[in-house]
Ligand binder design. Structure first.
Ligand code: NDP
Length: 325
């Protein structure tokens, strides 16, 4: 018989330090949110996924981020979320902020990818069924579609909110000009853009170079950074090579040729700065992001509760800035 989950009564004791307002909205998000891209699929042990989410929720992490195609196989991370809703989180639905996305390939044929109204509506319906939810808190366009008219994608997002299937709208990986157009379009229809999801970390500053977090900050839109640890590179995991069981050892999304001698040297330098600050590299790397203009939250992944436990320390870390590198 499954152990019955009872959430920690002290889970909001650190609220002051943990939550930030998302743009100019009414929503507070935890500075650390939990992503389901890896470690929550059908191929991963359910009890481990369960333990990680329990640890998260017990420590005030109220935001779980998914997408239709997280797994593997596609859809299975959402099925895990659905099982978690049945087994553990049903009584806590109103304390959770759950997001999902559509935009990448999900099913065969012309309607299972990109940004058409047809795809977005069908995908969200499927996601809700897999997750055992009546609505998601946040629905994202997962990527910009250069072929579909912007108005079609945006109007679909507006109508999804009006249908009650999502409370808020976000976009991920859209270029700045499209972000600006989306912001105007959605504001004019009283469904303001809640948040932008982009990859910002100490190794990848493209959104900043493009001006995206600045635009978000100046226009009341939140920004959440995905892969804030560069998939594990900004931790002590790869300082001395590629350990067994790591994402680089087995996943196709983090290739070993990325780990050049120059990168290892840079990571070691960052690690020694972290040591002088009495922090782990991961903690310092997350603190750097949280100290940048316009950032609401860092969206971490974890393959164990102990990783999450370590990473959560960044909430109390001293701000870390570029002048220290
Ligand atoms: P991270 O950069 O946080 O990488 C997480 C991985 O780093 C873990 O799975 C683990 O890998 C390793 N790690 C984490 N903490 C530690 C630690 N303290 N010590 C050692 N190793 C550690 O994030 P992800 O790349 O997983 O992305 C996070 C989320 O962002 C996703 O789940 C998803 O929700 C979102 N995302 C969105 C995208 C988009 O297009 N919008 C694209 C990509 C992600 P290991 O397996 O080696 O233990």
């Amino acid at each position: 018989m499954k152990e019955i989950y009872s959430a920690d009564a002290a889970r909001y004791d650190d609220s002051q330090a943990l939550y930030r307002r998302c743009g100019r909205s009414g929503v507070m998000l935890p500075k650390i949110s939990l992503g389901f891209w890896h470690n929550f699929g059908g191929a991963d042990p359910y009890e481990r996924s369960r333990a990680i989410t329990h640890y998260a929720f017990d420590h005030g992490i109220t935001h779980f981020d998914l997408a239709n195609n997280y797994g593997p196989p596609y859809g299975s991370a959402e099925e895990t979320m659905g099982n978690l809703m049945k087994d553990d989180f049903g009584p806590f639905r109103d304390e959770l902020f759950i997001s999902t996305k559509a935009g990448y390939d999900m099913w065969q044929g012309p309607y299972g990818n990109w940004g058409s109204r047809k795809y977005l509506f069908a995908s969200l319906d499927q996601s809700l069924r897999r997750m055992n939810l009546d609505y998601v808190d946040l629905f994202y366009s997962h990527r910009y579609d250069p072929e579909t008219p912007l108005e079609e994608t945006l109007q679909a997002l507006v109508d999804i909110v009006k249908s009650g299937k999502a409370l808020y709208i976000g976009i991920s990986r859209w270029p700045l000009e499209a972000l600006k157009a989306a912001d105007q379009y959605l504001k004019a229809r009283d469904v303001p853009l809640l948040i932008y999801q982009g990859r910002l970390n100490l190794l990848d500053r493209e959104p900043q170079t493009e001006g995206i977090p600045d635009y978000c900050a100046d226009n009341g839109i939140g920004f959440i950074s995905f892969s804030p640890l560069a998939q594990g590179l900004l931790t002590d995991r790869y300082l001395h090579g590629i350990p067994e069981g790591s994402r680089m050892a087995h996943a196709r999304f983090l290739k070993s040729d990325k780990l050049t001698p120059e990168l290892i040297a840079y990571l070691q330098r960052l690690n020694s700065i972290a040591t002088t600050r009495n922090e782990t590299l991961a903690e310092m790397a997350l603190a750097w992001i949280l100290n940048q203009k316009g950032i609401t939250s860092v969206l971490v992944g974890a393959s164990s509760t102990s990783q999450l436990e370590k990473n959560m320390k960044c909430v109390h870390a001293e701000p870390f800035s570029d002048s220290e590198i």
